[in-house]
Write a protein that binds this ligand. Sequence first.
Ligand SMILES: Cc1cc2nc3c(=O)[nH]c(=O)nc-3n(C[C@H](O)[C@H](O)[C@H](O)COP(=O)(O)OP(=O)(O)OC[C@H]3O[C@@H](n4cnc5c(N)ncnc54)[C@H](O)[C@@H]3O)c2cc1C
Length: 384
Amino acid sequence: MPFDSLSGLSKPFDVIIIGGGLAGLTSAIHLSKYSISVLLLEKNTYPKQKVCGEYVSNEVLPYLRSLDIDPFSLGAKKIDRFELSTSKNNIISSPLPLGGFGISRYKFDYAMAEKAKASGVKLVHEQVIDIHFHKEKFTIITKQKSVYMSSIVIGAYGKRSAIDVKLDRSFIRRKSPFLAVKTHVSGDFADNLVALHNFAGGYCGASKVEDNTINLCYITSFDSFKKYKSIDDFQEQVIFKNKHLKNIFEQTIPVFKTPLTISQISFAAKTPVEHHILMCGDTAGMIHPLCGNGMSMAIRSAQMVSKLIINYFNDEIKSRDELEKAYFREWNKEFKFRLHVGRFIARLFGYTNLAEVVLLLLKLFPVLLPKIIQLTHGKPMQAK
Ligand SMILES: Cc1cc2nc3c(=O)[nH]c(=O)nc-3n(C[C@H](O)[C@H](O)[C@H](O)COP(=O)(O)OP(=O)(O)OC[C@H]3O[C@@H](n4cnc5c(N)ncnc54)[C@H](O)[C@@H]3O)c2cc1C
């Protein structure tokens, strides 16, 4: 392997990946299949529940299978129908052009982590607090006071982290005005349906995951939420004005004792390469989940970065500068437009009356809806 030995603290790795969500785990598995030594640093342990709608577009299936991951063997539900309602209760439904599957992050990330370990990835549960780049080498420092070194670093630590502050990334100075709530419930819900129901100031997704559980996950602006004294209060006063949501919430039984919440969500534009770190998944850019495709983007960007790193180590890419430019170019070509469309659609549904007009148009011209869905999704990914 290309990494010339470093004297010092711990044995250097070819690649260090910061963050073991779907982006980090995917690149770890991919790279390890090419005999590249990979250290994956993840601050949490698996399995763990995550705030996420847990609907994955089928575009990733051929690639996942090439990495020997089959979501259906983990119990994933096949989803091929889509439903959308406005905050005024108008509803439309459509087949999903490509379809997808429902699986909990609890199960999915855990299975990927097990696969990574079996593929030879060194998985260490530590939190990265600092990164230095000097003389073509990275030094990574963790909260647990370990020091690791590598020639390449992939940043796959999700939408927002203290590392972004340390790296002084420009998006971190902008407002992060959204929060999200997720719960799992049991009850009646079609296996093959993903529903996106809007309410004033946000939307809630509903779809099934393995074990017949229904995922209910909503995102709303902090400004809308802060007027209410609790999650229950907010749900009753705001969310239940959408009668489709009221039905789902009232006719199901919570599986979680309390819902999971996250805050400080932002969809501001980011840069896929910063301080020589190749950013991947949400760390490079996050799509509004109303367009439902962040996990596929995380997996796709992980494949993209892994292929380029392999070319770099094989000398097909001659320099770090060439590697960074190639990733920057490919990432923008694949995702920039999708992210714009995602932001535009989310903004559009933020305007109640405009959303009603859009829904009316979609009802009049039903061929439009699958076309819009296609704009926010990619084509099926190639195997490795
Ligand atoms: C409300 C909501 C609903 C969504 N619904 C959907 C959906 O239905 N379908 C879909 O496709 N996408 C959805 N998404 C988007 C999707 O969740 C993300 O795009 C996806 O999780 C990105 O994966 P990732 O690997 O980039 O980041 P993550 O999954 O967030 O993983 C990042 C990892 O890095 C770790 N980490 C963070 N900081 C450090 C550190 N300093 N050191 C070590 N480890 C660290 C974290 O613990 C975490 O495990 C939704 C998002 C939200 C907010």
